[in-house]
Write a protein that binds this ligand. Structure first.
Ligand code: ADP
Ligand code: ADP
Length: 237
C-alpha cells in the first residue's frame, strides 16, 4: 500500500513538481499515470523509491513514512521498490544473465556482486524470470546486441529478480514502436497479476493506459486532475 498525504515537492530551482498530492494505491493494483510532458508523472513515481525527496507531507510505503529515510533504510526501501526506465539502464557490455542477476544487488551487497558471488539460487531465479519474458535463448548475448523491446524485457526480468513488492515504470515504452510497446505492456501486466506486485506505470498515451490499467491517474501541473477506474474514463470521454 502506498499513501500520499498532502505530498508536495519543490525542486531546488523553485519548480513545483508535486502540489498537495493525496492518493492511495492498493496492494496489487496496476495504476497508469497519464499527462502531458512536465505534468509531474516522473516526479510522482520517483518519490516512491526516493530518487527524489518530497519537501512536504507524508508518503507511506508499506506502512512507513519514507520521506525522512536515509542510508541503510533507504537502500532497504529501494530493494523492495523496483524500477524500470525508458532507456532500460542495462550494462551494455554485460550479458543478459548478468544484467538480470544484478537485480539481486540489494539483497547480496556490492562487494559480493563485484566478484560475481551470487548464490546459485539467485542464478536460477534470474533464469526463471528470463523465461517469463521469453528471453531464455539470449542469456549469453550482450545487452547491446538486443533490440529495444528485448532490452526492456530483460529489464523486466531484472526487476522481478529483485523480488520487489512494488514496481515503478517510468515511460517504459516511450522508446519503442507500437507493437513492441504492446508486447512490453502485456508482460508488465501479466507479472503484476501473477505475482500481485503493485505496479505504477507512466505513459504518454491514454489509449494504451485504457487498454492495460485497472486505474488511471491523470496529472497536470503537479496535481492529480483525474483518478478513476478505466470504465469511468470511458464514461467521461
Ligand atoms: P513528467 O514526468 O510528467 O514529464 P516531471 O515530473 O518530469 O514531469 O516534471 C514536473 C515538473 O518538474 C516540470 O516542470 C519539470 O520541468 C520539473 N522538473 C523535473 N525535474 C526537475 C529537476 N531535477 N529540477 C528542476 N525541475 C525539475
Ligand atoms: P523481438 O521482436 O523479438 O523483440 P526484433 O524484431 O526487435 O526482436 O529483433 C529481431 C532480431 O534482430 C533480434 O534477434 C535482435 O537480437 C536483433 N536486433 C535488433 N536490433 C538490434 C540492434 N540494434 N543490434 C543488434 N541486433 C539487433
Amino acid at each position: 500500500m502506498i499513501t500520499f498525504n498532502d505530498v508536495s515537492l519543490v525542486y531546488p530551482n523553485g519548480t513545483q513538481g508535486l502540489k498537495n498530492i493525496n492518493v492511495e494505491i492498493n496492494e496489487g493494483e496496476f495504476v497508469v499515470i497519464v499527462g502531458l510532458s512536465g505534468a509531474g508523472k516522473s516526479t510522482f513515481i520517483r518519490s516512491v523509491n526516493r530518487m527524489v525527496t518530497p519537501t512536504d507531507g507524508e508518503l507511506l510505503v508499506n506502512g512507513e513514512n519514507i520521506i525522512p529515510k536515509k542510508g541503510k533504510e533507504l537502500r532497504k526501501l529501494r530493494t523492495s521498490v523496483g524500477m524500470i526506465f525508458q532507456n532500460y539502464n542495462l550494462v551494455n557490455r554485460s550479458s543478459v544473465i548478468k544484467n538480470t542477476i544484478s537485480g539481486r544487488l540489494g539483497h547480496t551487497g556490492t562487494i559480493r556482486s563485484v566478484f560475481n558471488l551470487y548464490p546459485k539460487a539467485d542464478k536460477k531465479l534470474a533464469f526463471e524470470n528470463l523465461k517469463r519474458v521469453h528471453m531464455e535463448e539470449k542469456i549469453y548475448n550482450r545487452a547491446d546486441e538486443l533490440s529495444g523491446g528485448q532490452q526492456q524485457r530483460v529489464s523486466i526480468a531484472r526487476v522481478l529478480t529483485q523480488e520487489p513488492s512494488i514496481i515503478l515504470a517510468d515511460e517504459p515504452v516511450a522508446s519503442l514502436d507500437p507493437p513492441t510497446s504492446h508486447q512490453v505492456m502485456t508482460y508488465l501486466r501479466r507479472v503484476n497479476k501473477e505475482d500481485n506486485i503493485t505496479t505504477i506505470v507512466n505513459l504518454h498515451f491514454i489509449d494504451m493506459a485504457m487498454e492495460y490499467a485497472d486505474r488511471i491517474i491523470g496529472m497536470r501541473d503537479g496535481e492529480i486532475v483525474f483518478d478513476g477506474l478505466v470504465n469511468e474514463v470511458e464514461e467521461k470521454t
